[in-house]
Design a binder for this molecule. Structure first.
Ligand code: ADP
Ligand code: ZN
Length: 217
């Protein structure tokens, strides 16, 4: 099974995706985590993608596809996977369909997570992440760290992502509207779209249940 999560930055794809994959025994893969790891290294590729990522811009398709092929898509597709953050453009989606077809596989379903922009902005400003294990926390919503500023899972000092500031967040939302939203239509046409709506008071558990119900349809 190959599942894809679509949704604006800050919609909560990571939180839902991680929990959902644990429930169904799939491997959770977030393209953003892979890109951030590469960006943090002082290599030509790391420095190249940093130029885009720190401004909240998408990495250009050719480079994003190259990274996807070498570091994101598992060689073994027999284990179920949940892809968060990839594909994010029509070109990436078309390329993914082609690659999967060559490997006798296909996208099973696409979960589109819908959240209002106001809630997204407030959540992202209050988001903190663990640079070591990728765990996500929030000062205002949902999961707060037990000890202020420290990761519950591995004890590392939490940080704010360089692209989690109001101006960059607005740019990321615009990019999502223009570049990624068309994928909703793309997958709807393929009959694979599962639409999930989240509000400020929707718990992760509720979202997981809703998603499981949709996937079972
Ligand atoms: P967001 O919260 O903005 O969805 P992610 O952690 O998924 O953040 O991604 C962070 C950044 O990594 C993006 O702003 C972009 O620069 C880069 N990135 C991640 N996935 C892709 C992709 N599929 N195509 C191009 N760039 C990507
Ligand atoms: Zn951690």
């Amino acid at each position: 099974m190959i599942l894809i999560m679509l949704g604006a930055p800050g919609a909560g794809k990571g939180t839902l995706g991680k929990k959902l994959s644990r429930m169904i025994g799939a491997r959770y893969i977030a393209s953003g985590d892979v890109f951030r790891k590469i960006m943090e290294k002082d290599t030509p590729q790391g420095n190249e993608i940093k130029k885009y990522m720190e401004k909240g811009k998408l990495v250009p398709d050719d480079l994003a596809i190259e990274i996807f092929m070498s570091k994101i898509l598992p060689k073994d597709l027999t284990r179920d996977i949940l892809l968060d953050g990839y594909p994010r453009t029509k070109k990436q989606a078309e390329h993914l369909d082609k690659i999967l077809e060559e490997r006798k596989a296909k996208v099973t379903a696409v979960v589109s997570l819908d959240v209002s922009n106001e809630l997204i902005i407030d959540r992202l400003i209050n988001r903190r992440i663990c640079p070591e294990c990728g765990e996500i926390y929030n000062l205002k919503y949902g999961k707060r760290p037990k000890q202020e500023g420290i990761c519950d899972s591995c004890g590392t000092k939490l940080v704010q992502r360089i692209d989690d500031n109001e101006e960059t967040i607005k740019d990321r939302l615009t990019t999502y509207e223009i570049t990624t939203k068309p994928l909703i239509t793309y997958y709807k046409k393929q009959g694979k779209l599962k639409h999930i709506e989240a509000f400020a008071d929707t718990s992760v558990e509720e979202l997981v249940q809703k998603t499981l119900l949709e996937l079972a349809k």
